[in-house]
Design a protein around this ligand. Structure first.
Ligand code: CTP
Length: 446
């Protein structure tokens, strides 16, 4: 097995070796190279102690010196170089109470999470694969190094990482590793929302978002996303549906492109369905009001998982509007697009199509045809340059001030009213026409 290391990585390894130490590329980068993928970053492990690393390279940062990590800067890029390490006892599934340095590479590889992440490589030694990582990569298996319960007790996030890697690589989690997750899933409560967020985003934006079902089955979502458990357990007795809310959600995620906002919107679009479910006299479920309630719940959940406000706003907006359908006329489409906002298109179509694909296929063709028509009308509106928001009105606030309007709220409400009129009749979007309307309806009236 030969890996072609980038120039800087070779340089770091060789300079450490020239100074009498061992050094290897290690972890994710070796795994990715074995898979023929391009690594995102290169980590280096070495027998040199942090002070020794620092004395060899001109430019370094103390990244986590107490854990043995120094960032070496070469050609403007940073490479994490970490001393071979044995982790001490972990207090709270998060932090080792102490770390000690070792001069033995195998000891360092032993503390790592999964066999596929516990391989090292340099030119001289070739691939160092003490725990069968290469074989597991070939078999498509996520397996802990050594005792799985011990590895998960050291860092509970590793349980979610196991499912995340299985989603990114399309792998299965080995039996003992899966059993250890089931046994220890509750300890995920010790992990910060930020770290969970990172893993869950990587998982749902992967090629296998359906692995969310494993997050549920292994008892992990119960800890940080109990709403998903409720969805997985909610039947939909309705001719339009053939799946539980949770399985439908997974189908929708699979059918939208792997973009963060869209996958999150797919994950939460029906979050409120269980709460909004009613049963009519014919034994059929209805879910009235679920988009609105869903947007509220999504906000609470995304805040709890410490997402940024921009993402929260956008995802909640997708959830709120995912079920809105215009009549298939230009006017009705203009009205709805204007209400929802241009910034949510064309992604909204992707979400709506995926939603249909996760429902009873008997009605899919007709529903998809309507979405095609909706999109066609939308495209015609956009290519004709028709106005659907205030900024594409042919007058703006300063024009109104020049007409004699007072600065303040009245300008906003006048522009809103003009937009309303233009949406009803696009031909009104002419400067003189709009100024005349503004004068007659606002200035002279007030
Ligand atoms: N590691 C570990 N336990 C963790 C996190 C990381 O044992 N909880 C080890 C693994 O050997 C891993 C390496 O540290 O390969 C680097 O971790 P990280 O950068 O988080 O993951 P990668 O494997 O590089 O994968 P990705 O970049 O996709 O997250």
């Amino acid at each position: 097995m030969q890996i072609s290391l980038p120039e800087h990585v070779t340089e770091i390894i060789e300079r450490l070796e020239d100074a009498g130490y061992e050094a290897y590329a290690v972890g994710g980068c070796v795994r990715d190279c074995c898979l023929g993928r391009t690594p995102k970053d290169w980590d280096i492990t070495t027998s040199a102690k942090p002070m020794q690393i620092k004395s060899i390279f001109k430019k370094t940062f103390d990244t986590g010196i107490e854990h043995g990590t120094v960032t070496v800067v070469l050609g403007g890029l940073g490479y994490e170089v970490t001393t071979y390490r044995i982790d001490g006892i972990y207090k709270d599934s998060r932090h080792p109470e102490s770390v000690s340095f070792t001069s033995n590479l195998t000891e360092d590889l032993k503390r790592r999470d999964f066999t596929i992440n516990a391989m090292a490589y340099n030119k001289k030694a070739g691939l160092v694969d003490v725990f069968g990582g290469r074989g597991d990569l070939e078999k498509g298996i996520i397996r802990c190094v050594g005792n799985a319960q011990e590895r998960f007790s050291e860092d509970a996030l590793r349980m979610l990482r196991a499912v995340r890697f299985s989603a990114q690589l399309g792998f299965e989690i080995e039996k003992e590793t899966a059993e250890a997750i089931r046994a220890l899933s509750a300890t995920l409560k010790n992990i910060s929302a930020e770290r969970i967020q990172t893993e869950i985003v990587k998982l749902i934006t992967s090629d296998h978002p359906e692995k969310m079902a494993d997050v549920y089955k292994l008892g992990l979502s119960r800890v940080f996303l109990p709403e998903f458990d409720v969805m997985m357990e909610a039947e939909q007795i309705n001719p339009h549906h053939i799946y539980t809310v949770g399985m439908h959600t997974i189908k929708v995620m699979e059918n939208v492109p792997p973009e963060r906002e869209l996958r999150l919107s797919a994950l939460f679009h029906d979050v409120a369905k269980p709460k909004c479910t009613t049963l009519d006299e014919n034994g059929i479920n209805h879910f009235k009001g679920h988009p609105k309630e869903g947007a509220k719940m999504t906000k609470t959940i995304l805040k709890r998982l410490k997402f940024d406000n921009h993402t929260i706003d956008r995802v909640c907006h997708f959830v709120l509007w995912h079920d809105a359908n215009p009549e298939l006329t230009p006017k009705s489409v203009r009205r709805l697009v204007s209400k929802i906002g241009r910034d949510y298109y064309p992604e909204m179509f992707a979400l709506k199509r995926a939603d249909v694909k996760g429902q009873n296929p008997v009605f899919a063709d007709e529903k998809l045809r309507r979405i095609d028509e909706y999109e066609k009308l939308y495209n015609e509106i956009i290519s004709a340059g028709e106005c659907i928001d205030i900024k594409s009105l042919k007058v703006n606030g300063s024009d109104l001030i020049k007409e004699g309007f007072e600065e303040g709220a009245v300008i906003g409400s006048c522009l809103k009213e003009l937009l309303h009129l233009v949406i009803e009749d696009p031909e009104l979007n002419e400067r003189e026409t709009l100024l005349t309307i503004a004068r007659e309806q606002f200035l002279e009236r007030n």
